[in-house]
Design a protein around this ligand. Structure first.
Ligand code: RTP
Ligand code: MG
Length: 155
């Protein structure tokens, strides 16, 4: 269980032309890219994605930011992908992120922090389904993983 996570290279990083450098950090850390696209989120889509934060004071800013330009959602695979990727990206606030993390090196602020990573296996499955159709995943995933997604999507 738990070998997939969803990353998003956020609009600040795309605007700063950092897609290539960030993908290199991710693949150098041993993650495999299983699906990837560049999209401009609508307010509805960004609001749905971050629905758990809708009562938080930063919610409106977060939606403005996430819709301010294209972003790059990526499905990543590695053992224990969720915690391994959270470790690679570092704390939400780059000022608090460990040395060697993506946010420590690239992010400018707690709000504009370059990259997203799923925070649980359950949310990873929900977030992957937010961006990628069943066919896009079927074309890229191994058979054993597919069976899990079939089960999830048939619930
Ligand atoms: P993410 O979901 O994007 O991977 O980030 P996270 O788990 O580290 O942090 P989370 O608490 O889920 O917050 C989601 C995103 O909202 C923005 N934020 N701004 N200004 C603020 O106080 C604040 N707090 C959160 C960030 O873009 C954060 O990544
Ligand atoms: Mg989060």
């Amino acid at each position: 269980m738990g070998n997939k996570t969803l990353a998003i290279i956020k609009p600040d990083a795309v605007k700063r032309n950092l897609i290539g450098q960030i993908i290199k950090e991710i693949t150098d850390a041993g993650f495999k890219i299983k699906a990837m696209k560049m999209v401009r989120l609508t307010k509805d889509s960004a609001g749905g994605f971050y629905e758990i934060h809708k009562e938080r004071p930063f919610f409106n800013n977060l939606i403005e930011f996430m819709t301010s330009g294209p972003c790059v959602p990526i499905v990543l695979e590695k053992d224990n992908a969720v915690p391994a990727f959270r470790k690679l990206i570092g704390a939400t606030d780059p000022a608090e992120a460990d040395e060697g993390t993506i946010r420590k090196f690239y992010a400018h602020s707690k709000s504009e922090n370059v990259i997203h990573g799923s925070d649980s296996n359950k949310n990873a499955a929900i977030e992957i389904a937010h961006f990628f159709s069943r066919m896009e995943l079927l074309e890229n995933y191994q058979e054993e993983t597919l069976n899990r997604y079939r089960i999830l999507s048939e619930r």
